[in-house]
Ligand binder design. Structure first.
Ligand code: NDP
Length: 299
């Protein structure tokens, strides 16, 4: 098959460390495995005819030859790029949905705070929270443009640039009545700030901790962890691979919202397989709004 879009994702950074984690480290000299979407160009499998759109985990390459069982055919949506299967209708959308529902137990009228709000997962979290009846939704991101987009395009009620000043002070100002659900993509100072403002019985879905992915020293823990005890908070970490049974439920609900035009998305696209490493590094530095993708030229 020939890839049309290849995904670059923060979890790949973790696989570049030779440490125990929930997926094995990448081996030197091997193709970087990860999500990609493309079309079948040659096939010996009846279920995957030439032209079929397929999702797979073969990663950073322009063409792939592999067993048919490693590809999953997905329907093409007229007028919509195949790339949505790698974010809002795919893994990052599912992560947002699972984190809010199965992990945080989102309830109507909950106040929600989302860190890393302008990325692929974060843009989906804010919108899904609203669609599921959340009250105030607050987001943080790393540029003024991203912050503006959160309130103007993604339905956030308030947003701030975490580079403008201490997260603690900015979050306290944005959440005068506290936070019930924290969806954390960042960790570090964001987690500490959230622990300060969590309401009693609040739930924290720990999805990512990108602030620490590139650090060489150990990051000190939050200084206010005792709030977990005194306020009866629940912190739950999750990896999406353990919640794939929710994929059909998500697929059905998101397909409906998407068809009704109730979800928006952004993509930051880099052209050319030869630029994949730079796209990955730029994503880690925050150059993306929404999903960072690499587009492969058609053969
Ligand atoms: P994003 O599209 O959000 O891209 C990464 C973003 O992280 C950048 O755009 C940048 O935005 C932000 N960032 C980088 N460094 C920092 C920092 N030091 N402090 C705050 N923000 C930073 O990626 P994804 O949406 O794919 O992933 C978001 C998070 O979700 C990651 O932590 C990832 O590991 C996690 N994840 C977890 C999954 C799971 O199963 N648990 C599944 C998928 C993702 P900015 O300009 O705002 O700084």
């Amino acid at each position: 098959m020939a890839n049309e879009f290849v995904s670059v994702d923060p979890y790949m950074r973790g696989r570049m460390n030779d440490v125990r984690s929930y997926v094995a480290p990448y081996a030197l000299g091997e193709v970087i495995a990860g999500g990609a979407v493309g079309r079948v160009v040659e096939s010996a499998a009846d279920a995957l005819p030439v032209g079929a759109v397929v999702l797979h985990q073969h990663g950073w390459s322009d063409v792939v030859q592999a067993d048919a069982s490693t590809f999953r055919a997905v329907p093409e949506i007229p007028g919509v790029p195949l790339s949505v299967r790698l974010h809002i209708l795919g893994m990052t959308g599912l992560t947002a949905y699972v984190g809010l529902t199965a992990i945080a137990g989102l309830k109507e009228c909950d106040t929600v705070f989302v860190s890393g709000a302008a990325g692929a997962v974060g843009t989906a979290v804010g919108q899904i929270a609203k669609l599921l009846g959340a009250g105030r939704v607050i987001g943080s991101a790393g540029t003024a443009e991203k912050v503006a987009l959160l309130t103007e395009k993604y339905g956030y009620d308030a947003a701030f640039d975490y580079k403008d000043g201490p997260v603690r002070a900015q979050l306290a100002a944005a959440a005068p009545e506290g936070v019930d659900v924290f969806f954390d993509n960042v960790g570090g100072d964001h987690l500490e700030a959230a622990l300060d403002v969590m309401n009693d019985g609040g739930r924290l879905a720990l999805c990512g901790a990108i602030a620490g992915y590139n650090t060489t020293e150990r990051v000190p823990g939050p200084d206010n962890l005792a709030n977990v005890i005194t306020r009866g908070l629940t912190l739950t970490g999750f990896t999406i691979g353990n919640h794939l049974h929710l994929s059909p439920e998500f697929g059905e609900r998101m397909a409906g919202w998407f068809a009704e035009g109730r979800v928006a998305y952004d993509e930051t696209i880099v052209d050319g397989i030869e630029n994949t490493v730079d796209a990955f590094l730029d994503m880690m530095r925050g150059a993306n709004t929404g999903k960072m993708l690499v587009r492969i030229a058609r053969p």
